[in-house]
Design a protein around this ligand. Structure first.
Ligand SMILES: C[S@@+](CC[C@H](N)C(=O)[O-])C[C@H]1O[C@@H](n2cnc3c(N)ncnc32)[C@H](O)[C@@H]1O
Length: 255
């Protein structure tokens, strides 16, 4: 069997009780997390814990890395073990091998499920005081956002993930968004927002003693920023357009 779980963004405290129980009792525990403290915690939870980090290598296409991760997880499932794979954040949010492993395991007749976890977007809602019920909120992978010329509504919030890896097919040491690509993103956003519209660069805290990194800037100054792989970009909504009065009147209708 296979269970895919998330460890949350912050060390230990954001893993659900259900995820911790699964990680503890698994015959094989694979993991991809970002910091050595979480790694040490996982090894204490389960002595059979094995990192998937070595699937990454500089210059190696990310898709190949993901295929290798899936293959390792599935090989353990096929050998009859109860397997758990843990990914940081929510395991179903921007984690290609998690979805792929579940699809393949099910196709081969194994029981496979995913448990939700706390994603960086969940932390962003909490730290920036954003409630998606107010104006709606759209979430895009940054390269896909540009490449697919995504249509979106600037009067809703906009979350852009992986800006620090804009157009990158692999990992590089000390990676950050290439300045010429950041200029393309800024130019695209300027078609939809005024020049001085606020932009928030956000990094959720990974350790209980740390604060989140919240840098408020403007669209005009976006190209001067260094955007790291762990940064998520948030554009607050433009002022709302007038509401449709026919719909607003529904609130006044008697039952
Ligand atoms: C491969 S995705 C993984 C997302 C993760 N599964 C989650 O649930 O948040 C990597 C992207 O997630 C976002 N991210 C990861 N860690 C973050 C953090 N500590 N603060 C803000 N965003 C983060 C960034 O946009 C980053 O480029």
């Amino acid at each position: 069997s296979l269970v895919i779980v998330g460890t949350g963004i912050m060390l230990v405290g954001q893993a659900t009780l259900e995820a911790v129980a699964c990680m503890r009792r698994a015959d094989a525990l694979f993991y991809h997390v970002l910091d050595p403290a979480t790694e040490a915690w996982l090894h204490r939870l389960n002595a059979a814990a094995v990192s998937l980090k070595d699937c990454y290598a500089e210059g190696k296409p990310r898709q190949k890395t993901y295929r290798e991760m899936t293959a390792r997880i599935l090989a353990a499932v096929r050998s009859g073990l109860d397997v758990c794979a843990a990914f940081y954040g929510h395991p179903g949010v921007f984690v290609n091998p998690a979805h792929d492993a579940i699809r393949r395991a099910r196709r081969e007749g194994f029981s496979a499920r995913m448990l939700p976890g706390i994603s960086s977007e969940d932390c962003l809602f909490a730290d920036l005081g954003v409630d998606p019920s107010d104006n709606g909120c759209q979430s895009f992978e940054a390269t896909d956002f540009l490449a697919s010329r995504r249509r979106f509504d600037p009067t809703s919030g906009l979350v852009l993930w992986q800006v620090g890896m804009l157009g990158e097919s692999s990992v590089r040491a000390y990676m950050s968004c290439r300045s010429e690509r950041l200029r393309v993103l800024a130019a695209f956003l300027r078609r939809h927002y005024p020049t001085h519209h606020p932009v928030v660069l956000y990094e959720a805290a990974q350790f209980p003693t740390c604060d989140p990194m919240i840098k408020r800037t403007s669209l005009a100054k976006l190209t001067r920023q260094t955007i790291m792989p762990m940064t998520t970009l948030y554009m607050p909504p433009k002022p709302a357009r007038p509401a449709d009065r026919r719909i607003v009147r529904w609130f006044d209708e008697a039952d």
